[in-house]
Ligand binder design. Structure first.
Ligand code: TEU
Ligand code: CA
Length: 555
């Protein structure tokens, strides 16, 4: 059955770094409102806002102390209502981040739980007795250290999958679920179109809290070992959907890393828990464990192609994945999926083709559309992100030199994608008239919106062209609903596939490498997108330039 969101293009805003209107160095809702026309012009329909609720900002808003209010650093509830109205006027939809695996340790529920761990609010969290002088078990939190934090003056511990300031909410307690459903419906009543749902797979714990074999110097084990064992997430997610999203025909995207083999249909099928889930297969390529960056391995373009194809084929006939090349937790896509030294406007455009032409819902992360890159910093002191600092310290503990550890965080830090948005070449890239909360990338004079807006050859214009094609009356059916059929797999470093719709057949061919490539090609075609001004054709052959990418209609 067709859904209202199938043919939409989404955009993630990281509010803190998008646009600051009151010179406090922090992006705000008024800033977002002021850029709606820019996003509309780009072709965006759905805007996902990373968290803007009240928060002590230990994890940049992913630690919420009040779900019903806007953090003053971002503005007011009036601003939020204005944003919803202004979006609606433009036929745009706003979705918020739903962070309900955990809240902040400054949330009133948790404050009450600490006062009386055995009382009503203690049951809102996972609180357990220690084992002698040790915590209840040896699982490692995503941000390092034990998942258990001791409650002062007791031998009790509370559970946190992420930072100790982010206590996990007890989804086994019906009262907690009731509170969460109420809150979700309150926001949907306000006119939100849906949610991106944070870390949702973590809500179901294996309550035996048993130890697993240690996998690091710290004597702890990766929390994924427990998640793989936990049973019953499905029932929780079904209920969540029934009590909330279903009633509003909301669009939901789950942040799901650990869907088990063969379970995709349960998540995004016709009657799935969510509308969509992110496709993280490109992001986890080369990754041994989440959040242990020093274990990450290099990968080849053929391997990259393989994961893209596999993931696309997996979703056929099942549902729509949400396609990303970067987000608020990842390095910049152009710095990760293009080899250093080969990153230029042409290769950036080649990568953009994979973002927009895959089957699924494209989620463009702020700055991706202008080709923003990683930020190379010379000192760990210039980083802000909690997980970056932890990865740095941990790498050093595990024997890396300071130089090596710095290199590592420069490559993988979540701050790479969080530097202020580059609007123009004036001071602070036009992001703020004050001092930005996080330093602007040094390359803002070369890479910014203003310089690309009226340049038809810019990376920005190329994104617009791709999105326009995706939404065009002629080709939309093929790009949104068409099959995904891999091709040219016998050529190394060539990423090629068909998007075959009811009556249009499109073919994408990307020469994803820094040398020319001849391709046998006997089809009659019409050129639709080309990141070069030309393509050399010679006797049933295409000669593709380095990183040349084309989209053609097969006639
Ligand atoms: O991320 C969840 C998640 O699984 C992350 O641990 C991810 O593996 C990590 O950030 C990579 O370094 C979400 C949010 O996107 C992230 O920003 C939050 O820190 C996290 O949840 C906790 O709310
Ligand atoms: Ca501000």
């Amino acid at each position: 059955m067709k859904k209202w969101w199938h043919n939409k293009v989404a955009y993630q805003i990281y509010p803190k770094s998008f646009c600051d209107t009151n010179a406090d160095g922090i992006g705000d809702l008024k800033g977002i409102i002021s850029k709606l026309d820019y996003l509309k012009d780009l072709g965006i329909d759905i805007i996902w806002l990373s968290p803007i609720y009240c928060s002590p900002m230990v994890d940049q808003g992913y630690d919420i102390s009040d779900y019903y209010n806007i953090d003053p650093s971002f503005g007011t509830m009036d601003d939020m209502e204005t944003l919803l109205e202004e979006a609606k006027k433009r036929n745009m939809y706003i979705i918020m981040d739903l962070v309900v695996n955990h809240c902040s340790d400054k949330h009133e529920w948790f404050k009450k739980a600490l006062e009386d761990p055995d009382g009503e609010y203690g049951k809102y969290f996972y609180i357990r007795e220690g084992k002698g002088d040790n915590p209840p078990c040896n699982w490692r939190s995503y941000f390092g250290g034990s998942v258990w934090e001791k409650i002062p003056n007791t031998n009790k511990y509370y559970f946190h999958s992420f930072a100790k300031e982010q206590p996990d909410l007890n989804w086994e307690n019906p009262k907690v679920k009731e509170e969460i459903y109420k809150m979700i419906n309150w926001w949907l009543d306000k006119g939100l179109a849906g949610f991106r749902i944070d870390a949702i797979i973590n809500i179901k714990k294996d309550l035996s809290f048993q130890d697993f074999e240690a996998d690091g110097e710290d004597g702890l084990c990766d929390i994924s070992k427990m998640l793989n064992k936990a049973q019953g997430i499905g029932d929780m997610l079904k209920e969540l959907k029934r009590e909330t999203f279903d009633k509003y025909d909301a669009f939901t995207v789950g942040e799901v890393f650990n869907a088990k083999e063969g379970e995709l249909g349960k998540f995004i099928g016709e009657d799935g828990y969510f509308s969509s889930i992110f496709d993280f297969d490109m992001e986890v390529l080369g990754q041994e464990q989440s959040n242990r960056w020093y274990l990450n391995k290099e990968f080849t373009t053929n391997e990259l192609r393989e994961v893209i194809f596999k993931s696309q084929l997996e979703a056929l006939g099942i549902g729509f994945k949400a396609n990303i090349i970067e987000n608020n937790d990842e390095p910049r896509g152009v710095s990760r999926y293009i080899k250093a030294g080969e990153c230029n406007d042409t290769s950036k455009k080649a990568l953009a083709i994979t973002e927009v032409m895959r089957r699924g819902i494209p989620f463009i992360y702020q700055g991706e559309e202008i080709g923003m890159t990683n930020n190379n910093l010379d000192s760990i002191d210039k980083f802000n992100d909690i997980s970056t600092i932890e990865n740095y310290d941990r790498a050093i503990k595990e024997g890396f030199s300071k130089e090596e550890a710095l290199k590592l965080v420069n490559k993988f830090s979540r701050d790479n994608g969080r530097t202020p948005f580059q609007w123009n070449d004036s001071i602070n890239a036009g992001f703020t008239e004050g001092t930005p909360w996080l330093g602007v990338n040094k390359n803002y004079k070369e890479i910014n919106v203003e310089s690309q807006l009226n340049d038809k050859n810019s990376v920005l214009s190329f994104h617009k062209e791709l999105i326009k094609l995706r939404k065009s009356e002629e080709y939309s059916e093929a790009i949104v609903y068409g099959d995904f059929i891999p091709d040219l797999e016998n050529y190394d470093n060539v990423i090629s596939f068909y998007r075959k719709g009811k009556d249009k057949n499109l073919m994408v061919i990307i020469n994803y490498q820094n040398k020319k490539q001849m391709i046998d090609f006997e089809e009659k075609y019409k050129m639709l997108i080309n990141n070069y001004g030309y393509v050399e054709i010679d006797n049933n052959k295409l000669m593709l330039e380095p990183y040349q990418g084309i989209v053609v209609e097969i006639l």
